[in-house]
Design a protein. Sequence first.
Length: 197
Amino acid sequence: MERWPDEASIVTFEEGDPSENPWVNGRPKQEEIEVEAYSPRWAEQYEIRKAEIEAVVGGVVGVEHVGSTAVPGLPAKPVIDIDLIVADPEREEEYVPALQALGYELTVRERSWYQHRMLRHDSPRVNLHVFGPACPEHARHVLFRDRLREQPADRKRYADAKILAKDGVTNALDYNRRKQDVVLDIYRDIFESRGWI
């Protein structure tokens, strides 16, 4: 990983400003949540996207494949989640136009939540999350991914939660909310194993 934030910030989940409207072009349309068996194709797609991003965005601090498609053997929505770390997410002019030229669309801007931006690519489906250096949320993404890669029991527990969470939901927010308890339990285990809590 690039530069770790301090442990206290990693174990503290910030909420951001609830009054902030994060949607750049309005709320996303409703869509059925599909969870598919793991495919090695996802890692290949990530490597292609990473090379493209690094070729057009100057001053990249880091790029990481995160989320369920980054965990071999884990069922997932067929959406490649990538964390892009830049020197200053607020300076959108330094990365958004270059990414738009690759087919990404800026859909989320959350200044109050780790300066998060998200850009969406439709074919293949990619959620590109932009954060600044030493970001606690990015650190958690890496820790969670690595835990699921290394611990089969946690990987199965999370897989089961994902299958249950997808039924009857039409957006990612509700899907994520329904599996949140399991996610937080796994994070607690990660933090305890490192002596952080």
